[in-house]
Write a protein that binds this ligand. Structure first.
Ligand code: NAD
Length: 331
């Protein structure tokens, strides 16, 4: 291990166990904000996603890949979901990022992708809050209390001077996770029903594995920013399609939003067309104004794109090289 620049005959390995010590939510935010901007400028693009039930161990396996012409990232995140892993003491969700040299096609790095997935997903909703939530937002509403929710909350709390967190979860016994993160941030937490959550929250993040609308249009007050982060597969749904139709809709990538994201239902039922959806990168780049009034409901459909993974993995490799943590293997 040393801190010298990478050599052409070696591959850098950054194991999962090293990611927590290298990557910060702030660095993930910067990487994700930059890649969303590059996507909207058409400097970076994602390739079609592959996801297959492999007929073994009940596993879903696939990969997300892309190329960032501006930043240079080329590669893929591969992995999926192995439901039997927990019984073996392993995480059910497994992912690994492989980066390639864009000039030669040689493999450049292999990076543990589990923690990075949580950080890049949290960074996406935080980017949407930065660019779309009202500046005077004070109450954060959380729907969902699973693994991702703590990361989502921590990243969101950095974007506005929130004074309180309220939360709802399908499995109420899991809400202690949200309370713990609020306490860690020095904020009060209250478990509420969905009517109160919609009425009181200035910013709402949904991060569940639901297949039915949880939050309904009538429950959401004017001026709210909603970040729908759980819907990343055909059939999943977290909010009523009428809410998507009422809101000004932003997303990471339109092709995913209309097919596997929260907007799929509003599109399928003809409530909106693709033309109503804007890439968040356009707001980041200043080519779309974003929120234009304090009454507008804004909605971010965060579907999760491969370029987010590549962007944070590139950042980790840079940090690993700078700090001398990188394991170099001749290849
Ligand atoms: P988890 O299994 O740890 O938690 C699941 C959450 O969904 C819990 O809050 C649980 O109570 C809730 N839930 C389960 N069944 C429900 C139902 N029938 N109705 C309503 N809520 C229900 O999962 P996680 O790792 O926290 O991931 C949450 C979701 O986020 C998943 O759907 C996952 O696929 C998605 N995800 C999206 C991205 C992205 O980039 N958009 C990235 C990672 C994960």
């Amino acid at each position: 291990m040393d801190g010298s620049p990478m050599k052409s005959h070696e591959i850098i390995i950054v194991p999962e166990a090293e990611i927590a010590g290298l990557m910060t939510p702030e660095a993930a935010f910067d990487a994700v904000e930059a890649i969303f901007g590059a996507m909207a400028r058409k400097d970076a693009y994602n390739f079609p996603v592959i996801r297959e039930a492999i007929g073994h161990a009940d596993a879903l396996y696939g990969f997300k890949s892309g190329f960032d012409r501006a930043g240079g990232a080329l590669g893929l995140k591969s992995g999926g979901y192995w439901p039997g892993n927990e019984a073996k003491g392993l995480t059910n969700h497994q992912s690994t990022v492989i980066l390639f040299d864009r000039d030669t096609g040689r493999p450049k790095a292999m990076v543990g992708g589990n923690l990075l997935t949580a950080l890049r997903t949290a960074a996406a909703s935080a980017v949407s809050i930065k660019h779309l939530a009202r500046a005077d937002s004070k109450v954060l509403g959380m729907i969902g209390a699973g693994h991702q929710s703590a990361f989502q909350m921590r990243a969101a709390l950095a974007q506005r001077p929130f004074e309180k967190v309220i939360g709802w979860n399908y499995h109420p016994e899991m809400l202690s996770r949200l309370e713990a993160v609020a306490t860690e941030a020095g904020l009060p937490f209250e478990a509420v029903d969905l009517d109160r959550l919609g009425a009181e929250a200035d910013v709402i993040i949904s991060i569940t594995s639901s297949f039915d609308a949880i939050l309904h249009d009538a429950q959401v007050t004017a001026g709210t920013h909603v970040a729908c982060m759980g819907t990343d597969t055909k059939g999943k749904q977290e909010v009523e399609a009428a809410l998507v139709a009422r809101a000004t809709v932003f997303t990471d990538e339109i092709a995913q939003s209309t097919t596997i994201g929260e907007a799929q239902h509003a599109i399928a039922s003809g409530l909106i067309t693709e033309a109503a959806i804007t890439e968040i990168g356009a707001v980041i780049n200043g080519t779309h104004p974003g929120r234009t009034s304090a009454e507008e409901v804004t909605l971010f459909d965060g579907t999760g794109v491969g370029l987010q993974d590549l962007a944070v993995a590139e950042a980790v490799v840079d940090l690993a090289l700078k700090t001398g943590v990188a394991t170099r293997v001749p290849f």
